[in-house]
Design a protein around this ligand. Structure first.
Ligand SMILES: NC(=O)C1=CN([C@@H]2O[C@H](COP(=O)(O)OP(=O)(O)OC[C@H]3O[C@@H](n4cnc5c(N)ncnc54)[C@H](O)[C@@H]3O)[C@@H](O)[C@H]2O)C=CC1
Ligand SMILES: O=C([O-])CC(=O)C(=O)O
Length: 309
């Protein structure tokens, strides 16, 4: 198994670190456009092997895609992160060019790869990667829901005094401050609906705080987060390489599912060795479906911006 992570910045390096620690592959390549950074971080990470006890071989590459040849899975994290006060959508102008170029280079050397898109605005970058590579839809997965659902569980755990591991909670829709939809109606604490345990006010607060989870961290840190994003991207990789069939909300092409088509948007999907394998229908109620449609409208208008770049 060979995995490439493009972008050796905060999220890319953390994703690679998680992949190596879990020994998800024999060969891991970290690639960046900035001279030396990928080689340096690959060497630094390799020096943890003796301490942590893993065997994954990690190689760094300064923009040499030949080194990525034959990758089974590729994670794209290259691109600008937002700064406090910005939205993810404001990154489109710079990141679209980066993601398109990277996806095309990857495909040249790894025609069979499954691609996970992390760069923001992620829903539109996933759509762009799908359009520009022409890969089968199941091999392009946008990572957002895995992270947003982990943040949803974090918020629930704080209110309930519960272990996040005992919580089951899902965020669908876009990966944006106003487009994500934490499905509180479906959230449970070891099978008990959280709606039976929390006041209406607490539920509203949890949903609101989950939606701005990324913005909150960006304000605190001065750039966007990387620990949970890196762990979330690695969890998607793990479900693929171990063929786990985990049900992970992810951004995929919709062709009528959830009432939408010609758009990549977050829905619960089963992830295994062929990429995303099927979409699970959560049977949204009218209110949730209206939110999903609104989210789709916002993401579609970002996708339209691609035509003007
Ligand atoms: N989908 C999600 O859930 C999340 C998405 N993100 C997004 O991930 C992206 C990366 O964030 P960070 O790692 O924090 O940023 P960063 O600035 O730390 O790292 C980005 C790296 O990409 C590299 N890069 C730029 N152009 C490149 C190219 N053409 N080829 C190869 N490498 C290139 C840069 O040199 C830099 O090292 C951002 O767009 C951010 O918004 C971040 C967190 C979560
Ligand atoms: O907030 C950001 O810009 C980065 C990101 O997507 C996240 O952490 O959810």
């Amino acid at each position: 198994m060979k995995i490439t992570v493009v972008g050796a910045g905060a999220v890319g390096a953390t994703t690679a670190d998680n992949i190596a620690r879990k020994e998800l592959c024999e060969e891991l390549v970290l690639l960046d456009i900035k001279e030396g950074i990928a080689e340096g971080k690959a060497q630094d990470m390799t020096q943890t092997a003796a301490l942590l006890g893993f065997d994954t071989r990690i190689t760094g590459s300064t923009n040499d895609y030949a080194k990525t040849a034959g990758s089974d899975v590729v994670v794209i994290t290259s691109g600008l992160p937002r700064k406090p006060g910005m939205t993810r959508e404001e990154l489109i102008g710079v990141n679209a060019g980066i993601v398109k170029g990277v996806a095309e280079n990857i495909l040249r050397y790894s025609p069979d790869a499954i691609i996970i898109v992390v760069s923001n605005p992620m829903d539109t970058m996933t759509y762009l990667a799908l359009q520009s590579t022409g890969l089968p839809k199941n091999r392009i997965i946008g990572m957002g829901g895995a992270l947003d659902s982990a943040r949803f569980k974090y918020q629930l755990s704080q209110h309930l005094g519960a272990s996040p591991a005992d919580l089951n909670a899902t965020v669908i829709g876009g990966h944006g401050d106003t487009t994500m939809i934490p499905l509180i109606r479906y959230a449970t604490w070891n099978s008990i609906p959280v709606t039976e345990l929390l006041s209406a006010e607490a539920q509203q607060q949890i949903v609101a705080d989950t939606m701005v989870g990324g913005a909150t961290l960006t304000k605190l840190i001065g750039t966007s987060a990387w620990y949970a994003p890196g762990a979330a991207a690695a969890s998607v990789v793990e479900s693929i390489v171990r063929d786990e069939k985990k049900l992970i909300p992810s951004c995929v092409l919709l062709e009528g599912e959830y009432g939408q088509k010609d758009i990549c948007l977050g829905v619960p999907v089963v992830i295994g060795k062929s990429g995303w394998e099927k979409i699970i229908d959560y049977k949204l109620n009218a209110e949730e479906q209206a939110l999903f449609n609104k989210s789709a409208d916002a993401v579609r208008s970002m996708n339209d911006v691609l035509k003007t770049l």
